[in-house]
Design a protein around this ligand. Structure first.
Ligand code: HSE
Length: 429
């Protein structure tokens, strides 16, 4: 084994960073044996230097992250500060000054992944980011390496634990959204400002990263269609149950049937209880992958939290350190297929539409005509009437999102349709 250590700079020492530092210390001997050289924590950049950080030599702490990545003796920079800046500049500077980078930064990778990969390649460095998607779950490496010989057609996953906790609560207790969110906040699953999670921004960033890798194409955050889950109601869950379904916030990345384009989207959807994703409970994550040769695969586990995320960071750190010793680099960006990302209107799926209508002769025929005029085929209709009004639930066969939107707009214009109570996509059948 080489005795000269590989030097690691840690940018950020919060929930994830402190766990990375702890495991680097407690598992130092094993990490050295696995890498083939000692792996030494050489500096830790933080915002608040006065905070007591157990197990970290105070002399390693600095507030000058730029100086740390410019030192010239750093082999690997671990970036766990998140956000776009200063993370982007620090990573680029690290490449320029000889370091490879391990990052957990989904927002940055989803927005600027192509430029960062190009910078890594230009300087002959590694850029690894297993921790950016679904915490501890090995996903990036399996998609990028294990499945590199296959053709992936669909990646569909629960990639946000907070929202899965909330939806699972609503499903199992009959609670409304706000009540379930309050419980998630009280238990520490949801942040004080839960917008990034409940509006689907976090999942959309992960979808962009997964789609890019799965389809060997560039997919940016802006390419991902996004709907949050704040409008999901207890009534939606009751409807889902009647159909033998539950509701999940899904990130869905698909290759079009003709193979010429891809789509990426995040929205709540009904899935049958028999689908493996339906049994993903609490704050767990899972990603269901469909590939030509492999068939169906599911990756499951804890998608957030200090230790699980640190596990993914450490796995990348070992890989990058091994590459450093071998004076090589791992696989970089693979975007050769250059498949364009189609708009949401091109997505084809099934829909569950709940309408409040007048309960009188001809209404059902009127509604059915609107669906027919837009080329949307009805699979089932369920009606429940009371006092001259009725609730009409229509489940469609597969139709394009554009056709469905046209249908709904026309339905809203019917005098006999009092309101469109909910529209939910039905996936996983
Ligand atoms: N807030 C995310 C979640 C974890 O709830 O899954 C970090 O991406």
């Amino acid at each position: 084994m080489r005795t000269r250590p590989l030097k690691v700079a840690l940018l950020g020492c919060g929930v994830v960073g402190s766990e990375v530092a702890r495991i680097m210390t407690t598992h130092a001997e094993d990490l050295a044996a696995r890498v083939g050289a000692p792996v030494e924590l050489a500096g830790v950049a933080v915002r608040r230097p006065s905070k007591v950080r157990e197990g970290i030599d105070p002399s390693l702490i600095t507030t000058d992250a730029t100086a740390l990545v410019k030192r010239g003796d750093i082999d690997v920079v671990v970036e766990v500060i998140g956000g776009i800046e200063p993370a982007r500049s620090l990573i680029t500077t690290a490449f320029e000054h000889g370091a490879s980078v391990v990052s957990a930064n989904k927002a940055l990778l989803a927005q600027d992944g192509a430029a960062l990969h190009a910078a890594a390649e230009e300087h002959g460095r590694d850029l690894y980011y297993e921790a950016a998607v679904a915490g501890a779950i090995p996903l990036i490496r399996p998609l990028r390496e294990s499945l590199a010989g296959d053709k992936i057609n669909r990646v569909m996953g629960i990639v946000n634990g907070t929202t899965n906790f909330i939806l699972d609560k609503m499903d199992t207790t009959g609670a409304g959204y706000q009540e379930a969110l309050d419980e998630a906040t009280a238990l520490g699953y949801a942040e004080a400002d839960p917008t990034a999670d409940v509006e689907g921004f976090d999942a959309a960033a992960k979808a962009a990263i997964l789609a890019g890798i799965a389809f060997h194409s560039r997919v940016r955050l802006d390419d991902v269609y996004r709907e949050g889950m704040t409008e999901v109601t207890a009534a939606d869950f009751a409807s889902a149950k009647q159909m033998g379904c539950t509701i999940k916030l899904l990130a869905i990345c698909e290759r079009a049937a003709d193979g010429e384009s891809v789509t990426a989207r995040v929205h709540p959807a009904m899935i049958p209880l028999s689908h493996p994703l339906a049994s993903v409970r609490g704050a767990y994550n899972a990603v269901f992958v469909e590939a030509d040769a492999a068939g169906q695969l599911m990756f499951y586990g804890p998608g957030a939290g200090g230790s699980p995320t640190a596990s993914a960071v450490l796995g990348d750190l070992v890989a990058v350190c091994r590459n450093k010793l071998a004076e090589s680099t791992g696989p970089g960006e693979s975007a050769y297929a250059q498949l364009p990302v189609s708009p949401m209107g091109d997505v084809v799926t099934r829909y569950h539409i709940s309408l409040d209508v007048a309960d009188k002769p001809g209404v059902l025929a009127q509604v059915a005509t609107v669906f027919a005029e837009h080329g949307v085929s009805i699979d089932t209709v369920r009606q429940q009437g009371k006092d001259g009004e009725a609730s009409l639930v229509v489940v469609t066969h597969r139709a394009s999102d554009a056709s469905l939107s046209g249908t709904v707009e026309a339905l809203r214009n019917l005098d006999t349709v009092r309101g469109v109570a909910s529209i939910m996509r039905v996936e996983g059948e």
